[in-house]
Design a protein around this ligand. Sequence first.
Ligand SMILES: [Zn+2]
Length: 411
Amino acid sequence: MPPTYPRGANLEQVKWQNRAVVLETLWRFQPLSRKDLAERTHLTAATLTNIVSELIAAGLVHEVGLGEQLLGRRPMMLSFAPEGYMLIGANLSRTELSIALFDLLLRVHYVLIRPINFRVGSAAETLIHLIGQVITLSKVEPARVLAIGISSPGPLSVEQGVIYAPPQFSDWSNLPLGRLVEQAFNLPVWLENDANANALAELWLGAGRAYNSFIYVESHSGVGSGIILDGRLYAGSAGVGSELGHTSIDRHGPRCPCGNYGCLELYASGPAMIERARTLYHNEEPTRLIHLAGPNLRDLTLDHLIDAALEGDSLALHVIQDACRSLGAGLVNAINLLDPEAVIVGHKLNRLGELALAPIRDVIQQQAIPQAAARPNILVSQRPEPVAVTGAACRALSGLLHRPDLLLRSI
Ligand SMILES: [Zn+2]
């Protein structure tokens, strides 16, 4: 592909870009006065006033009363006005399909959860059926649903709405899910990598609200991550964006299925921690884990390890904290590269709080460039329930706010 250069925008594009900036800024920081909005968006007062009037007339924004002001007139505050418009979020995980109906303030109105192998036809037909069920059972007027967001394990193409071949996810492989769902409901659909969607959910609803740049990282069947830069999800040139789990922390380490050596995921994913616990168990004294996972830790899960660590089990704590030190080593690379304001540790390690954060923080303090290491706050995720599907809804909302032409046309 030939190189691209910063592109100019014609007047029509500038008009829509300005509306997108106002919508996104108001959503994230509401309530705001017109003056606050003009300052945050760098738009002139006149341009801002015109855009706000248009958004009020469209029923997307409303005045919510006077705000505080130390001197002079108290300003009229503006907020998002959902007016009954809705979004669908759908999350595909390796265990469950979760579909939920949200309003434009991302408050959940209806949730449907089925096991991942639930079928009423092909995988895509099943998802379409369940989305239809959510619309019917929630009694929302179908015309009020504006968009659908789908989050899934990768690899996938955000641009083309195609899930490629995630490991242990065969029914959903090589599936143009975005197009199929779009055709079934005649609505805009955004497909997103689950960790990226979760990073967005942290930005809009969770621990990332106070930050403009952060790295989100989560450990489950792999190690997922999402990067927020300048208040936006960083997508990368090929939609791969951020795969912290496949950055190497030991080039002499074992070969990873991705092709690299010593990938972070080989040390800090759920399966890696389970394997490590089984290996160490044979050499160490008894552990609470055998009560949870049976002889030889046969049925051990990451949840068992976390539960036992919370109860002070020394083997579980050792395994998890060592994995967290590996996460720290991976994060040192990312912090030295990106200099973010925060690192947010998500599902499921967030349940451990400081038990997970302290070893991550120690490695960052010891190994990152001092100026970069001093900066980021290391926090646990705070996404609201239903945790899995909130990211998908955030992706649909961010897609809509970023395309105000679509949004205004559909209301
Ligand atoms: Zn790898």
